[in-house]
Design a binder for this molecule. Structure first.
Ligand code: MN
Length: 144
């Protein structure tokens, strides 16, 4: 089981992502307003952050950079989800510091696979070398 923070402004997507993650035995927590995402992440200490890119107030790209700049959260894998993939978007998202990128509408299989890969410390398209297979600390909290 992993703690996964979802930052997404669309209620239907939140429900879909949370249901999917819960079905895979994870503990999802959702934030709809990206202005509160960094604080939520600091308190929730997620094993993975899934963020929409098209968000009001603070875009997903900005949020990714903020997470990367945070002492406590810099190593947490980030999966970006976006509906509009223009040329160069994926590159920008990866440069900002996300390890994976899934386009909407999501493929349920690909979504779940990417989550698994990131939690295992891998990446769907390589490039997670900095985090390696090492460095993640299991919080060791029991169920409930
Ligand atoms: Mn959105």
């Amino acid at each position: 089981m992993a703690k996964i923070l979802i930052v997404e402004d669309n209620a239907l997507n939140i429900k879909l992502f949370c249901d999917l993650l819960a079905a895979h035995g994870h503990e999802p927590e959702a934030v709809t307003d990206s202005r509160f995402a960094l604080d939520a992440a600091r308190h929730f200490s997620p094993d993975l952050v899934i963020t929409d890119i098209q968000l009001p107030h603070i875009s997903g790209l900005e949020l990714i950079r903020m997470l990367r700049d945070d002492d406590k959260l810099a190593e947490v894998p980030i999966m970006a989800v976006t509906a509009y993939s223009a040329q160069g978007d994926e590159e920008r998202i990866r440069e900002a510091g996300a390890q994976a990128y899934v386009s909407k509408p999501i493929s349920v299989v690909r979504f779940a696979e990417t989550v698994d890969q990131l939690l295992e410390g891998g990446s769907d398209k390589a490039e997670i070398d900095a985090a390696g297979g090492e460095g993640r600390v299991d919080p060791g909290s029991g169920p409930g």
